[in-house]
Design a protein around this ligand. Structure first.
Ligand SMILES: C[S@@+](CC[C@H](N)C(=O)[O-])C[C@H]1O[C@@H](n2cnc3c(N)ncnc32)[C@H](O)[C@@H]1O
Length: 274
């Protein structure tokens, strides 16, 4: 599995998490009582909801299969209190409880191009005076988990040997910090709103952790990056997306990777159409 879920406590995903009535009720409660404990409950419930997807992923992955989850932490000012919501550690905790084994993770370091104000840069807090300034979040995580034991293959398995990577790829891909640009400049407004990751992220992960002909799952498909990249990497894929507005974007992205061998099936559950 290669995916990037909606990020808990990042404002752009609030509306989507509110689809869970329990979360909607908690936000309303917070608006009326400003209770700090309610903030915790909202955050807990968001991770419980994501946890259902990690549980299902664990069920459908093959034995030894890898789950790669791109997630960013969130910082937020709620009722005058600035704080960090460390989504990466919550997801790690939940996945370990489900039965996944944690593996060394990747830090995706995005270039920071923050506007500067009077030469100060846009760091949060009190400028040059200690102690109340905050560190900027300029890395996201790519968490890696394994289901069960190491995968085993027959000696000289052809499919596996056909999926070999080069030394240069091995050295780059298996180092812990990936300094890659985000997609901001290169994608449509709709893709920006769904926080698409660069194709290179999906491509590296697919080629690192699956072999040609295998199947990659993305339970939070967004604009379709994982499926497009899986096709270009000679893998099959399944993707799920809840937002119908993305259907056209997914269609276009996936069609751009199509070749004479491709079989694409898009099921629009709401319209009951295939
Ligand atoms: C961070 S975006 C994924 C972006 C994707 N990696 C890309 O490159 O375009 C998360 C996506 O998950 C979708 N989503 C949220 N909840 C979902 C659910 N329950 N089932 C399926 N998709 C969901 C959102 O609509 C959003 O498009």
């Amino acid at each position: 599995m290669v995916t990037s879920p909606p990020y808990p406590m990042i404002a752009m995903w609030d509306e989507l998490f509110r689809a869970d009535p329990a979360i909607g009720k908690l936000w309303n409660k917070l608006d009326s009582d400003g209770d700090e404990a309610t903030v915790r409950k909202i955050y807990d419930t968001m991770h419980e909801d994501l946890g259902k997807v990690w549980t299902e992923t664990h069920r459908v992955l093959c034995d030894g299969g890898i789950a790669a989850i791109n997630i960013g932490d969130a910082t937020r000012n709620i009722n005058g209190k600035f704080q960090l919501f460390p989504n990466h550690s919550r997801i790690t905790e939940v996945c370990e409880k489900i039965g996944f084994t944690s593996l060394p993770y990747i830090l995706w370091k995005k270039p920071t191009n923050k506007p500067s104000y009077k030469g100060k840069g846009a760091f949060l807090g009190s400028g040059f005076l200690p102690p109340n300034a905050y560190v900027t979040l300029d890395c996201e995580f790519i968490l890696l988990f394994r289901k069960g034991k190491l995968r085993k293959f027959p000696p000289h398995d052809k499919q596996r040997y056909d999926s070999v990577f080069t030394k240069k790829q091995r050295d780059e891909w298996f180092s812990q910090i990936w300094a890659l640009k985000g997609t901001r400049q290169t994608v449509s407004e709709l893709e920006r709103r769904t926080a698409a990751y660069p194709e290179e992220i999906a491509e590296r992960l697919i080629k690192m952790f699956s072999i040609k002909g295998e199947t990659v799952l993305d339970p939070f498909l967004g604009s379709g990056t994982t499926t497009k990249t899986a096709m270009l990497s000679d893998r099959n894929s399944f993707g799920y997306e809840v937002d119908r507005k993305l259907l056209q974007t997914i269609n276009t992205k996936v069609a751009s990777a199509k070749n004479s061998q491709s079989i694409i099936e898009i099921i629009d559950r709401e319209a009951g159409k295939r």
